[in-house]
Every structure is written in structure tokens, then in C-alpha cells.
Design a protein around this ligand. Structure first.
Ligand code: DAV
Length: 401
């Protein structure tokens, strides 16, 4: 439960009594975009991850058809995948700390089979879904999925107390906005549970939720209470760009709008992803003024509708990763994701970005087209559990020292 907060590079080049100044001058949490120099980071943990168990209509709406039968209560991911995922996460944490001097926190180990009153949880490997820093406020998601109801408390509760304590000791004004707790029956699937099975490969229009801004399709949750995953939102200065999805509803967006500090605002991007769940494989800002996007999920015109992207260089990925069959497919199954996960990279700063090491085509494109320095790290087993570098982290502090 303790942070691995040392900065060995600095410590080794100075006297033994030297205490890295980074810890004392750096705020506990402070971030208002996705690309300023990263200084403090939470990185998830894979141990004991289970396939998330949600009603069939949700699994159909959000998960690739090939693996849907795996999504059963208390069904663990294959042990060798989880073990390798933990090695990849540990290695990623080591590189962030040792090569980049970033302060890294890790969540505590949770036995997910024992959570949720014995019905099981999902994972501690995807903290991005549950937590988001907006300025000096940490917001906890009001998660839609029942199996994730206690995830933030179980995995990150101790971490949240610790950063609050750190902030208090330094006299910083920091806020942690915990999600309202539902005790008893959740209404978020009311009216949706009796949907017919349908063709597993076809998108199932599940919606009593009704047409959204982007399409006529319905969502796998209703709008009876706030629901959102933080991974449906990204910071672009004081404008937060988000989307409605199968886990984020309008009340969730309204809730987020209500709890973020001034002058932050939330704008919704009209994305056209039938399986929408999390925006971080749809858009990827590289730096102030440059954004890569998935052209089958969002248009340039729609992006330009948002003032914040007015003078930005907006670049569609010039190939469709779903149409590629390449050597990377030798890896473990992507049980929960599409191949657009290639965009789920994480910026160290405006020049450096962490990309999965098998994504060589993407890495070279970033180097050649944008002059990025690409840090290639293994993460395919984490990918197998449902996300990549962006999903597996929460950036706590970004900005110049
Ligand atoms: O495109 O399959 C990936 C993001 C998961 N957190 C996708 C969504």
C-alpha cells in the first residue's frame, strides 16, 4: 500500500542524504490535460482479475463476440496472462520511475473473487475507469457496471486516504469527490434485462435510453441514476471532452459537470461507435494542438465543432487496425477490446509517448509524422485484460515543476 516514490536517478548522482526535491515541490494532484510533463502516476495491478460479469445485453453491447461466453461470474482470466500482465505493469512502473523520474503509486492487491459480497469484481489493472484528476480535484466514477461498484474503494481506497494525508501535511487544497454509494438494488438496467439474444455478431439496439446525440442507437444502461466511467472523458485544458456510451449516461455527465471545479466544463463529442465504452481508443492528443483520432468513430467535422480544437492539427489514423492481420496477433486474446486499442497510448510529455512494443507501424508513424520519441514497452497481457497504457494509469500530476 506504500508508494514506490523514489527517484533513483537523482538519488544516485547526489549525496546519500539528498532528498529529491521533486516530492516536496510537487503538488499531490494537479492535472488539466493529457500531455504536459507527467510527474506523478498511479499504475494498476492485475492480480486476481476476473472476467467482469454483467447481464448478457451489456456483454453483447460492449465485448467482442468471440469471447462473450467467458464473461461469467467468478471466471478468472487465465493465470499465465494475469501473471505476465503483472510483470508488464511492474516493468512499466520501473521505467516510469527510473528513466523518467516519475513518482509512481501502486494500488493494493485485491482478491476480486471475494469482493462484491462474493459475487466478484473485475480488476485493479484499469484505474483510469474509476478515477480522474481535474485540476486539484480527484473524481471517482459512478460506475455503471454492478461488478465494479466497490472497485475504487477496494483497490484504491487506501491510496486515496494516503494522498489526502500527504496533501494535508503540505497544506495543499485538494478535494477528493467520492461517488455516491448505492446500497441495495441498482436501477440502472431496469427495462433492459429482457432484451432478446439476437445475432451475437450484430449490434443489438438495446435502448430504452433512446436516441443519443450521435445516432439512433440505444444504450445498455438507462438514465435512472448517474453512471459514468472516467475513461469516457479526457482533459483539454478547462474543457473536458467526453462521450455517452454503454457505461456513461446523461445523468453521469450532469453529475461530473456538477462536481468538477470552476472553470472546468464538459462537452460531449458525438461519436459513432456501436460498442462505445471509453473514449481513449477513439481520440489521442499528442500535445497541445495535435490530436490523432479514429475516423470510423468520429469525424473531423464533429471534432471541429468544439472550440477547443479550433486550430488543432486533427489527424485520422491513416489505416484501419481492425483490417490488419499481423504478427501481433500471435499474442494473447484481446478479450475485451478492439484493435483500436493501439490509440490507448500514454504521454510522458509533448515529445515522448509510451506505445505497446508490438505496435511498430504506429510507433514509426508517430516518429516520422510527428517527431515523437516513442517508448516501446511490452503490454500485450495487460491489453488482454481490457486496456493499454492509458487505461492502466491515472495521471496525478502533469505540468512543469
Ligand atoms: O476500442 O475497444 C478500448 C478502451 C478500453 N478501456 C475499444 C475500447
Amino acid at each position: 500500500d506504500t508508494p514506490s516514490s523514489t527517484t533513483p536517478q537523482q538519488a544516485s548522482t547526489t549525496s546519500p542524504t539528498f532528498k529529491p526535491t521533486v516530492a516536496s515541490t510537487m503538488p499531490t494532484i494537479s492535472a488539466s490535460n493529457e500531455w504536459s510533463p507527467l510527474r506523478s502516476l498511479l499504475i494498476g495491478r492485475a492480480s486476481h482479475s476476473l472476467f467482469p460479469s454483467e447481464p448478457p445485453h451489456m456483454t453483447r453491447a460492449t465485448m467482442p463476440s468471440a469471447h462473450r461466453s467467458q464473461f461469467r461470474s467468478l471466471n478468472p482470466f487465465p493465470a499465465h496472462i494475469v501473471a505476465k500482465a503483472d510483470e508488464e505493469l511492474d516493468n512499466f512502473a520501473r521505467v516510469m520511475t527510473e528513466r523518467f523520474g516519475i513518482k509512481v503509486y501502486r494500488p493494493r492487491e485485491v482478491d476480486w473473487a471475494k469482493t462484491n459480497m462474493g459475487t466478484g469484481g473485475y480488476t485493479g489493472a484499469m484505474p483510469r475507469d474509476g478515477l480522474m484528476v481535474v485540476g486539484n480535484t480527484m473524481v471517482e466514477a459512478c460506475m455503471g457496471w454492478g461488478c465494479r461498484r466497490d472497485e475504487v474503494e477496494d483497490a484504491y481506497g487506501g491510496f486515496l486516504q494516503m494522498i489526502m494525508q500527504e496533501a494535508r501535511e503540505r497544506g495543499e487544497s485538494v478535494r477528493i469527490c467520492r461517488a455516491p454509494k448505492i446500497v441495495g438494488r441498482d436501477s440502472v438496467y431496469d427495462g433492459l434485462l429482457d432484451l432478446p439474444d439476437g445475432d451475437p455478431d450484430e449490434h443489438v439496439d438495446v435502448g430504452v435510453h433512446g436516441p443519443n446525440e450521435s445516432s439512433e442507437m440505444g444504450w445498455a444502461i438507462n438514465n435512472t441514476r448517474p453512471a459514468f466511467d472516467c475513461a469516457d472523458f479526457m482533459r483539454f485544458g478547462t474543457t473536458i471532452i467526453g462521450q455517452l456510451s454503454h457505461v456513461t449516461n446523461r445523468k453521469g455527465v450532469d453529475y461530473l459537470r456538477a462536481v468538477i471545479p470552476e472553470p472546468y466544463t464538459v462537452e460531449l463529442l458525438n461519436t459513432t461507435d456501436d460498442h462505445a465504452m471509453h473514449i481513449d481508443a477513439t481520440i489521442l492528443p499528442l500535445r497541445q494542438g495535435t490530436l490523432i483520432y479514429c475516423p470510423t468513430r468520429v469525424t473531423e467535422e464533429e471534432l471541429r465543432r468544439h472550440e477547443v480544437f479550433k486550430n488543432w492539427d486533427l489527424r485520422p489514423l491513416p489505416w484501419n487496425p481492425e483490417e490488419e492481420t499481423d504478427e501481433e496477433d500471435d499474442g494473447p486474446p484481446r478479450y475485451m477490446c478492439s484493435k483500436w486499442l493501439v490509440l490507448n497510448a500514454m504521454s510522458v510529455d509533448e515529445k515522448r509517448i509510451v506505445v505497446e512494443e508490438k505496435q511498430e507501424r504506429f510507433a514509426r508513424w508517430l516518429e516520422q509524422e510527428f517527431g515523437m520519441e516513442v517508448v516501446r514497452l511490452p503490454f500485450r497481457h495487460v491489453n488482454s485484460l481490457g486496456g493499454s497504457f492509458h487505461c492502466a494509469t491515472v495521471d496525478l500530476v502533469r505540468g512543469e515543476s
